[in-house]
Design a protein. Structure first.
Length: 333
C-alpha cells in the first residue's frame, strides 16, 4: 500500500504496529490501547489502510475510526498570539501517560537521556527494551499477558462448557505466580533481599517466573499450580500420575541464568533452581528428591528451605548481581 510496510512489536502484553516507507518511519498504532502516532499527515489514508490490513492478519479488531493525526512539531518559536489562539481552542482529553514508579530498594531507575524516541516521547522498540527496569515487573505478568492474547470467543465458549484451554492454563499459572510472588516481595522487604518477576529470557518468549537474589545467591523459582498429588524422586517428577518435565526446565533455567549473570558481572554467580507448588493435595519424596533442584510442596516449605541455605554472597555482591539482573540486556544479550 503506497510502498508502506508494517512491523509488529510484542513485549510484555503490548501489541504495536509500526508503519514505515523504506527506512523512514511513518507512525505506529497500539492495538491494545488505540493510541497512535502519525508523523506524516499526508499519508494518513494509506497508513490506516496498512494498519487495518495488519490487524486482519493478526486476527485483532480493526480501528473503528481514523483519529486525526497530530500536527508535526515546528521549531518556530511560539508567539504570544499563537499562545492565545491555542489556549482559546478546545482541547481534546489528555491521553493518560504511565509514569515510571520509583525504584525499589533504593536503586535509581535508568534514565531516558539520549534514548531514541517516537514523536510523543515514547521510546522506540529497541530503546524501550533497554530502558525497562525488570524490578518493576508484576508477578505473573508474562503468563497473564499470554492468557489475554489467547482468549477469544472460542476459548470463552470452551470455558463455559468446562473444557481446558491454553488461555485458562496460563491464567491459572499467573494466579499461582501472584501468590508466590506476593510472599517473595514480603520477604525481600523484610530481609533486604531482591526479587524479580516474569523475567524474559532470550528471544523466543521464554521467561523465568521469579528470580530471588540474596546472601544465599540466586534462586530461579518455577511456580506450578495443581490440585493433584505430586511425586518426586532423584530424577523424576509426576503430577497427578503424569510425568512432567519440570525438573529439566528448571535445570535449564538455572544453567542459563548462571551463564548470563556471569557474563554480565564478569565472574561466577551461584544459582540454584527451585520448583514451588501451589494447591498440591499430596506430596511424596523418594530418595531425598533431586540434588540439584529443590522441589517444594508449598511456599512455607520454600521459606524453610531458604533458611538452610548458606551465605555465599556479600551485601556488595548481592547489590551487584541485582543491578545486572534488573537489566533486560543481561537476559537478552
Amino acid at each position: 500500500m503506497d510502498g508502506l510496510e508494517a512491523k509488529v512489536w510484542r513485549r510484555y502484553g503490548h501489541l504495536r504496529i509500526y508503519v514505515s516507507r523504506g527506512d523512514d518511519g511513518i507512525g505506529w498504532y497500539d492495538v491494545r490501547t488505540g493510541r497512535h502516532e502519525l508523523t506524516v499527515p499526508d499519508l494518513a489514508v494509506p497508513f490506516w489502510d496498512t494498519v487495518r490490513a495488519e490487524c486482519r492478519t493478526l486476527g485483532e479488531p480493526e480501528p473503528r475510526t481514523r483519529p486525526a493525526a497530530r500536527p508535526p512539531r515546528s521549531d518556530r518559536p511560539t508567539t504570544p498570539n499563537d499562545r492565545t489562539a491555542a489556549e482559546a481552542a478546545p482541547r481534546p482529553p489528555a491521553t493518560p501517560v504511565r509514569r515510571r514508579p520509583p525504584a525499589r530498594n533504593g536503586h535509581p531507575p535508568a534514565t531516558d537521556a539520549g534514548r531514541p524516541s517516537t514523536a510523543d516521547g515514547e521510546l522506540a522498540p529497541a530503546a524501550a527494551e533497554r530502558d525497562i527496569d525488570l524490578a518493576l515487573n508484576r508477578p505473573g505478568a508474562a503468563a497473564q499477558a499470554r492468557a489475554d492474547e489467547l482468549r477469544d470467543w472460542r476459548t470463552r465458549l470452551a470455558a463455559f462448557f468446562g473444557a481446558r484451554t491454553q488461555a485458562r492454563d496460563f491464567a491459572v499459572g499467573a494466579k499461582a505466580e501472584r501468590v508466590i510472588g506476593g510472599k517473595l516481595d514480603k520477604w525481600a522487604r523484610k530481609h533486604g533481599w531482591h526479587v524479580l518477576h516474569a523475567v524474559p529470557v532470550g528471544r523466543r518468549g521464554a521467561d523465568i517466573d521469579h528470580v530471588l537474589i540474596g546472601p544465599f545467591g540466586v534462586v530461579t523459582v518455577n511456580t506450578k499450580s495443581t490440585r493433584g498429588k505430586v511425586w518426586v524422586a532423584d530424577n523424576g517428577l509426576m503430577v497427578g500420575g503424569t510425568k512432567v518435565d519440570y525438573l529439566r526446565n528448571s535445570r535449564h533455567e538455572a544453567q542459563r541464568a548462571r551463564r548470563l549473570l556471569a557474563d554480565a558481572c564478569g565472574r561466577h554467580v551461584p544459582v540454584q533452581a527451585a520448583v514451588v507448588f501451589v494447591g498440591a493435595k499430596g506430596f511424596t519424596v523418594r530418595n531425598g528428591g533431586p540434588r540439584d533442584v529443590a522441589v517444594l510442596r508449598d511456599v512455607r516449605a520454600f521459606r524453610r528451605w531458604l533458611r538452610h541455605c548458606g551465605k555465599v554472597l556479600s551485601p556488595e555482591q548481592v547489590a551487584e548481581v541485582h543491578a545486572a539482573a534488573r537489566r533486560p540486556t543481561t537476559w537478552r544479550p
